[in-house]
Design a protein around this ligand. Structure first.
Ligand code: ADP
Ligand code: ADP
Length: 224
């Protein structure tokens, strides 16, 4: 089977992590979430975490040179040979160019950039109700995606918490940063003919079905 090298694009709260959980199971891709990675580094108190903590709490982006090296190493590693799913990277044109260059050196390229579209008001509603599990970042929502037992993850039983950067004022900054620095990637990937758009206001299951159908079609086209 041909490899699927995918990135998830979309504003904070669009549902990227929610879809990534499902797509990983479908296609057995190496899943890399830069947000999860950075939060783990903060928790562990590593050098990367120390550099990232204050910037993340303000809702801004960590510097390109801090994150690019980490991701280039991941996509070149053995466990990414059959494909990968990047969530939260690239987030700037500089990051997108670095990824393109690194893949090209490996004789590979992106299969698709999956854009999950949601407007700003929805983003604020979603993020203010988001809860994630402490152990593995499984995603819930206090109104629309409740766990079976309050504040306990259905999947691994760990406690659900609210992220430090999910407060409304920080969310507004993150949205501004998204529009200024990440939204230009939509055109970047459109120009390369690999942008696929999905209506993120549909239910998680509908969004998932649409993405799966698109990926199945891409694979069929490659085989013809
Ligand atoms: P992202 O990774 O893009 O920041 P998440 O997957 O963490 O987004 O989702 C943000 C919040 O919105 C979570 O609380 C999640 O449960 C909820 N959510 C995700 N997808 C949908 C959807 N299609 N409809 C309604 N709420 C959703
Ligand atoms: P969301 O999916 O809700 O947008 P993430 O979990 O992807 O949030 O990211 C949380 C924070 O981590 C970002 O606000 C930013 O500070 C930092 N971050 C994550 N990925 C990157 C990246 N590729 N470049 C720079 N900063 C990043």
């Amino acid at each position: 089977m041909s490899e699927l090298n995918l990135i998830l694009l979309g504003p904070p709260g669009a549902g990227k992590g929610t879809q990534a959980e499902r797509l990983q199971d479908d296609f057995r891709l190496l899943y890399v979430s830069t947000g999860n990675m950075l939060r783990a580094a903060v928790e562990e108190g590593t050098e990367l975490g120390r550099q990232a903590k204050a910037v993340m709490d303000r809702g801004e982006l960590v510097p390109d040179d801090v994150i690019i090296g980490v991701i280039v190493e991941k996509v070149g590693a053995e466990d990414a040979q059959d494909g990968f799913l990047l969530d939260g990277f690239p987030r700037t044109v500089t990051q997108a160019e670095a990824l393109e260059g690194a893949l090209s050196e490996l004789g590979r390229s992106l299969t698709a950039a999956l854009l999950i579209d949601v407007d700003d008001d929805d983003v604020v509603r979603r993020i203010s109700g988001r809860r994630v599990c402490q152990k593995a970042n499984h995603v819930y929502h206090v109104d629309t995606n409740r766990p079976k037992h309050d504040n306990v993850c259905d999947i691994d039983g760990s406690r659900l918490i609210q992220r430090d950067d999910d407060r409304e004022d920080t969310v507004r900054t993150r949205l501004k940063v998204y529009h200024e620095q990440t939204a230009p990637l939509v055109e970047f990937y459109e120009e390369r003919g690999i942008l696929k758009r999905f209506d993120g206001t549909r239910s998680p299951t509908e969004v998932h079905d649409h993405i799966r159908a698109t990926l199945a079609t891409l694979r069929l086209e490659e085989q013809i």
